[in-house]
Design a protein around this ligand. Structure first.
Ligand SMILES: Cc1ncc(COP(=O)(O)O)c(C=O)c1O
Length: 414
């Protein structure tokens, strides 16, 4: 992303031109950023053998997944749909892990039929798996009793978390494995999403390594994802070199004691794609009412739910007048809920000092590449936007805009 002559360019193309060509609202992704982040994170960890698996829940656009595959990453999935998308993107089943929190046996069976390893989430599921597939191979997700993340909803370790088997249940894990002849290929954890403090990651890592010490014959240990990105200028970027260095140091120590070069896995999602993505929208109406200057745009939390759901901050730019004179404004969506605003925190509206927006202007909502489209809905019966990939001055449609037929066909066909 860059600003030239006060106008915003994405992947070398003027944002206004992208809207002219592909219409509004529109998700735009910069390919170069995805490749840069993928290389950065792989280079940050010196330890080998290692595998970085892209946690594709962040963004399941198949063309984006193909780019990530080209960069040599594997993939972390949590549903039949994500497994399907990963296979369509060309990932080999051996590169795919299926993390199965409360998923149905239909989904598990589908993944197994594709030769994909299942990451067991509970002792109950492990017992059932053992009965169904005695002698099968599994990974076990551990809750290290440490959690971290940008919002309570996204903290997936600790006593309030529904995920994994508590770290002190190793004896039960081994008992069930023995009873059904299950082979434990790896242990796994994921403590939360949006971690900007490397220490939390390392603390949890040590707990998982303690668990791993008590299980013989592991092929890999997977420390999950969660590495955060800055959403506002004032937020500091995580020192990925430092984190990678610490991960390597701890893991090398472990492998020496364990007597084997176990494969190290991490599963970033957000880190790889968040900063590549932008949601472009058009100003429909502006009104100065009692307390706020409302800038009404042609999208809403149906297309980017993070502000409404978590009170998340996303940088907002004026595509055609980036450094224009500014005033306090509320950027509001087009859905029938007053919570549908993009300039907000968890409590409600927080006006933002932004270049003055007028009808027809293009608004650019930044850092929307992760948990943007993948969490989008058809609420208010509005189709989801198109997605476009931009690179070195060229734009390519990577998902067409939905139509009303896409929304209603499944009920009209009954
Ligand atoms: C099991 C698992 N791994 C990895 C991730 C990726 O997290 P992030 O996008 O924060 O890196 C998630 C996100 O929820 C997850 O549930």
């Amino acid at each position: 992303m860059m600003v030239r002559d006060n106008r915003l360019y994405l992947g070398g193309i003027e944002a206004q031109k992208l809207v002219d060509e592909f219409s509004s609202p529109l998700y735009v992704y910069e390919e170069a950023t995805i490749r840069e982040r993928a290389r950065e994170i792989q280079n940050a960890i010196d330890y080998v053998p290692k595998q970085v698996k892209y946690s594709c829940k962040a963004n399941t656009n198949i063309e984006i997944m193909k780019i990530i595959k080209e960069e040599g990453l594997g993939i972390d999935t949590v549903s039949r749909g994500e497994v399907f998308a990963s296979l369509e993107a060309g990932f080999d089943p051996s590169q795919i892990l299926f993390t199965a929190n409360n998923v149905s046996w239909d989904e598990v069976e589908y993944a197994l039929s594709k030769d994909i390893l299942i990451n067991i989430d509970s002792l109950s599921q492990m017992e059932q798996f053992g009965k169904r597939y005695p002698g099968g191979e599994i990974t076990v997700r551990i809750n290290p009793n440490i959690g971290a993340g940008h919002h309570n909803h996204c903290i997936t370790g600790g006593p309030e978390s529904k995920f994994g088997v508590n770290y002190d249940r190793v004896a039960d894990i081994k008992r069930i494995a023995k009873e059904y002849g299950l082979i434990i290929r790896g242990v796994h954890q994921h403590i939360g999403s949006g971690i900007l403090d490397p220490e939390k990651f390392i603390m949890a890592m040590k707990v998982l390594l303690d668990v791993a010490r008590n299980i013989d014959g592991l092929d890999f240990i997977d420390f999950g994802g969660g590495i955060g990105v800055p959403y506002r200028d004032s937020e500091e970027r995580i020192d990925i070199e430092l984190l990678g260095g610490k991960i390597t140091e701890e893991f090398e120590k472990f492998c020496k004691e364990y007597g084997k070069s176990v494969i190290l896995i991490i599963e970033p999602g957000r880190y790889l794609v968040a900063e590549s993505g932008f949601l472009l929208a058009t100003v429909i109406a502006v009104k100065n009412e009692s307390n706020h200057r409302f800038v009404g745009i042609d999208t809403g939390f149906n297309h980017l739910v993070r502000p409404a759901m978590y009170g998340s901050y996303h940088e907002i730019l004026h595509a055609g007048n980036a450094h224009g004179e500014s005033t306090l404004q509320t950027v509001a969506g087009n859905l029938c809920e007053s919570g549908d605003t993009f300039t907000r925190d968890e409590e409600g509206i927080v006006d933002r000092d932004l270049p003055v927006f007028n009808e027809g202007d293009v608004v650019c909502i930044c850092t929307a590449g992760a948990y943007g489209y993948s969490m989008a809905s058809q609420y208010n019966s509005r189709p989801r936007p198109a997605e476009v990939l931009v690179h070195e001055g060229r734009a390519r449609l990577i998902r067409r805009r939905e139509t009303l037929e896409d929304i209603f066909r499944s009920s009209l066909e009954i």
